[in-house]
Write a new protein. Structure first.
Ligand SMILES: *Cc1c(COP(=O)(O)O)cnc(C)c1O
Length: 413
């Protein structure tokens, strides 16, 4: 009630946020020690040194998986998974239209066709009903993007995949230690793909990891070779027979070294973000016109970001006005996430992945017109995205909640 009488900062009132957001150092002597050891090895090549091996060993232990491959980026991780899964020319791969472009790059490099499924309006993850509706006799895989730390409905997706004989690749670039019904995202599908670029929960500058979840050593070897120009470095012998096309996506010892130290911090980072996001929802869930970021029951999110939606029918402001008013209160945010759904990008509108070519689109009847995924399009038009950080404090949380409440109550009809 009090809030309603409070003048918005936008109109010259006092800001809800009274102090700067918490900050912290992501890297310290832990990383420096590992880096020095890497240099003292006198090699920075993953196969010659111990750091990438240790990094993967620790990752496998944390995730309870047997096999993983270190790569140079999250984009590379997804390409490796697709290549190792045998996704190839003209195959259709169903994925989300709200994601980083790294999700679709590997699909097109395999000359496969991205097909976009619509999303759940509040979790922002793929709606299994839409996934199933997009299946054709060319469909070979689903790339399930766990957006912003929040898991997809994996039971439904795995069930669809089994019934249609599809591979499932989990894009976990934004979803470290995310849990779905007690299982870690990235361990449920055939492959789990992670990014360690500098913006993710943990950073090695750039880098990525692919988990190979079948438990088959042969599958692991294929994924491993796919990231290393098809070199087979198993046991003592190295085979360089070129049996199929594979890029060089190797991780260096420097990245592995930093990764070892970062991985030790990861559970704390994810726990902080989890608490922050869930408590933000607690603080705003009763507000008319504000739709919190929904985490499904039995799911655990590590909130790479927090994205709420504004119901313009219940407020006397637009989404953009809401975003501006919130920013004026001292709460940084962005109106929406990516500028447009992925299929509205020129690459899809022009059906041109390669300069001077329309391949592989000319093999496909997949369409990319406006309105293809109406829910996803509406999400981007009505969302307000708030950064989440492991160094944010109790006061940051409190004042963010108060700022959202102040703005929402001011504009409530
Ligand atoms: C960051 C990201 C990627 C790509 O990772 P890079 O390491 O930047 O190549 C892929 N998918 C999603 C959902 C991402 O957020």
């Amino acid at each position: 009630m009090e809030n309603r009488e409070r003048k918005l900062a936008l109109h010259g009132g006092a800001k809800a946020k009274t102090s700067p957001f918490g900050k912290g150092k992501r890297f310290g002597l832990e990383e420096a020690k590992e880096l020095l050891e890497a240099l003292e090895q006198n090699t920075l090549f993953y196969h010659g040194g111990k750091k990438v091996k240790q990094f993967l060993h620790d990752f496998n232990e944390l995730y309870g998986v047997q096999y993983s491959v270190a790569v140079s980026s999250g984009t590379a991780a997804i390409h490796v998974a697709l290549g190792a899964a045998g996704i190839s020319v003209g195959d259709e791969v169903i994925t989300s239209p709200i994601t980083d472009q790294g999700t679709i790059v590997g699909i097109l490099y395999q000359n496969a066709i991205p097909v976009f499924a619509d999303l759940d309006p509040h979790t922002y993850n793929m709606d299994p009903k839409s996934v199933e509706a997009r299946i054709t006799d060319k469909t070979k895989a689903i790339v399930a993007v766990h957006l912003a730390g929040n898991p997809c409905d994996m039971d439904a997706i795995m069930d669809i995949a089994r019934r249609h004989g599809l591979k499932v690749i989990e894009d976990c670039a934004q979803s470290y230690l995310t849990r779905y019904k007690g299982r870690l995202a990235g361990t449920i599908g055939d492959y789990g793909c992670f990014s360690t670029n500098d913006f993710k929960h943990m950073s090695t500058g750039d880098g990525g990891i692919v988990t190979v979840n079948s438990g088959s050593e042969a599958d692991y070897y294929v994924a491993h070779a796919f990231a290393d120009k098809n070199y087979q470095r198993f046991g003592d012998a190295v085979s360089r027979d070129l049996t199929y096309l594979a890029p060089n996506y190797r991780m260096t010892e420097l990245q592995g070294a930093v990764g070892i130290a970062q991985l030790k911090k990861l559970p704390w980072i994810c726990e902080q973000r989890h608490r922050y996001g869930d408590r933000l929802t607690e603080g705003i869930r009763d507000l008319p016109g504000i739709e919190p970021h929904r985490i499904t029951e039995d799911a655990w999110s590590s909130y790479w970001f927090y994205m709420l939606r504004v119901d313009e029918a219940k407020l006397s402001c637009t989404r953009n006005e809401f975003s501006k008013a919130l920013a004026a209160e001292g709460i940084p945010n962005s109106a929406g996430y990516i500028p447009k759904v992925v299929y509205m990008q020129p690459l899809f509108q022009n059906k041109q992945a390669y300069l001077n070519s329309h391949f592989p689109f000319e093999l496909s009847t997949a369409s990319y017109e406006q309105g293809l995924c109406p829910v996803a399009e509406t999400i981007l038009e009505t969302a307000v995205r708030l950064p989440v950080n492991e160094f944010y404090t109790e006061q940051d949380l409190e004042e963010t909640v108060q700022a959202i409440r102040k703005v929402a109550e001011y504009y409530s009809r």
